[in-house]
Design a protein around this ligand. Structure first.
Ligand SMILES: Nc1nc2c(ncn2[C@@H]2O[C@H](COP(=O)(O)OP(=O)(O)OP(=O)(O)O)[C@@H](O)[C@H]2O)c(=O)[nH]1
Ligand SMILES: [Mg+2]
Length: 365
């Protein structure tokens, strides 16, 4: 099977991030995908032109950051229909602008839908931590309501020139577009200061993962046969969750595990130099094998490379275990300490099958 060209520009899932000026578009991208420390967010500066960020994870992504005066008509060489997702960022504390922002959002979403009816839409209602809880929830609902109303009131016929195959003068057509968008637009309350932003990105990426059900089924099988409570497949560099076994999904555990991973990744920096000294090739913490000529990573992967692994006993009866799968993916599971002590060998044996299964899925897509 040949995979050449797999990660070329055309194969990247394109995500268009847009929104009102200073809404936080660049912050949402850079803190997650470009390692920007949150303390540096105020110094990002105005985005002057479109910036494309290539990011390799379970599916290769290309995230487009846009300047504040961006309009979808400014896309020249890449048609709007080539994007699989549009993320619209709205600053929830800017009361005076958010009606303009909502108007801009609905029009961009409508254009996106007409260019690609299977486009995914997410609205990040951002800077949530800056408001008190009551006010935050009120604004969050208010913005959702405003988007719905605006979509309802939109002059559909004025979009006719973007929809040669549809009759936007027909009430039924317009109603079905409205119903579709109403059901499909996902709202996320986000802030760079907590895990909400990572969780929002997690849902955005899961929406473009065609292999998600297959990966979830593998995780479920692994957790069941290994008596693990929950398992999460993370993108290592960003800490975004790509898949879970979905058994006892709950936000509190998820938050704990994400925090754990984040802390762990911080201490990991400490032993990076040690590992680099001891191994000439593929250490536990060596940088991801660079895809030469854009070849996928597995073509030049060192099968013997010792992947990173770590376990922590958090509470007397709670253990977290982490295993790296590929340069980009890491599995984190939480389980009873007794189970870990009694069944470690079996769990690690099951893990080899899970790892192979995930790799097989990656090679097939
Ligand atoms: N309180 C708070 N402020 C934020 C958050 N995210 C971004 N900001 C602030 O919002 C301002 C704008 O952030 P940017 O990421 O540059 O926004 P942008 O939409 O890319 O701005 P332009 O490129 O100029 O259109 C900065 O001063 C950030 O410090 C957040 O989660 N909470
Ligand atoms: Mg910007």
């Amino acid at each position: 099977m040949s995979h050449s060209g797999h990660q070329t520009e055309a194969h990247r899932q394109k995500i268009l991030v847009t929104g009102w000026r200073k809404a936080g578009k660049s912050s949402c991208i850079q803190t997650i995908f470009q390692h920007l420390p949150v303390k540096d967010v105020p110094y990002i500066g105005i985005t002057q032109r479109i910036e494309k960020i290539d990011y390799d994870t379970i599916v290769p992504l290309q995230i487009w950051d846009t300047p504040s005066n961006f309009d979808v008509d400014q896309l020249t060489d890449t048609p709007l229909g080539a994007f699989s997702t549009m993320v619209f960022v709205i600053d929830m504390q800017q009361d005076e602008f958010y009606h303009d922002a909502v108007r801009q959002a609905t029009s961009a979403i409508m254009r996106g839908y007409l260019a690609n009816p299977s486009m995914n839409f997410s609205v990040f209602i951002h800077k949530a931590e800056s408001l008190s809880e009551d006010y935050r929830l009120e604004n969050y609902s208010e913005i959702q309501r405003a988007v719905t109303e605006e979509l309802e009131d939109l002059s559909y016929p004025s979009f006719q020139k973007y929809a040669p195959n549809l009759d936007l003068g027909d009430v039924n057509t317009c109603t079905s577009i409205f119903n579709h968008l109403q059901a499909e637009i996902k709202y996320e309350m986000t802030s760079v200061h907590d895990v909400s932003l990572r969780n929002a990105w997690s849902r955005v990426i899961q929406d473009v993962m065609e292999m998600l059900p297959a990966v979830e089924a593998l995780l479920l099988n692994f957790t069941e046969t290994s008596s693990i409570d929950n398992s999460y497949l993370f993108d290592l560099a960003s800490g975004v969750v790509l898949a879970t076994d979905n058994r006892h999904r709950n936000d509190a555990t998820m938050e704990q595990i994400t925090e754990y991973l984040e802390r762990f990744l911080q201490i990991r920096e400490i032993y990076k130099p040690l590992v680099a000294k001891n191994t000439s090739k593929g250490g536990a913490d060596s940088p991801a094998p660079k895809a030469a000529n854009d070849e996928p990573w597995w073509e030049n992967e060192d099968a013997e490379a010792p992947w990173m692994t770590q376990t922590s006993r958090l509470l007397p009866n709670c253990t977290l275990a982490l295993w790296q799968f590929t340069p980009q993916l890491v599995l984190v599971g939480d389980l009873h300490t007794d189970t870990w002590q009694a069944r470690r060998g079996m769990i690690e044996y099951n893990l080899t099958f899970l790892r192979q299964g995930v790799r097989r899925i990656l090679m097939e897509v």
